[in-house]
Design a protein. Sequence first.
Length: 206
Amino acid sequence: MFRRITLTLAAAAIVMVVSSVSRADSFTVHGNATGVTATLNIISLSNNLLVFSVTNTSGGVVTGVGFDLGGTHGPLSLNSIVPNPQPGMEAFVFSTNPGNVPQFNSANLDFAMVTHADDFAGGNPPSGDPNGATTSQFSINGNFAGLTQAQIAAAVYVRFQSLPGAIGSDVGHSVTSVPEPATLFLVGSGLVGIGAYARRWRKRQA
């Protein structure tokens, strides 16, 4: 009986540890009309500061990144831009009036990093990030209290331009979480540990 309780407590402890570190900080953003993708990297999130970057993981050029957070999160302002060490000619500017989002007429962006001043829909491909490139790290001041990384990711819109073929452009919005390697390791280790303990316990009972 004591060993059974110990096993249960061990399993519960592992679940608690895994859940406490299972916070994903990377999200795959999928194109609305095409197969383009990008990765939203949330570097840090606090009550008053959001730090993020975006990696273009498909064709075309990322020319804008905006967020429709809903509610009141202002005043919003640009804290800093830390250039990415990768070579590139990106020229994103901060905007709290970025205009409409193609394919998502109901979106109301709270703020955006754009390559054409106050024009999320337009953009300027030569100033964006091509396939394989990662944007600078953008730090945004605002009221982000109560928001999780998943909620931030669900609010993102990524503008792609200069896509091959007739369509020419797209907007990514649907996101899926990218698990952290540490989380996967802990889950695997925890399951292996519980299995080994259970086997030893059964042998002793036999």
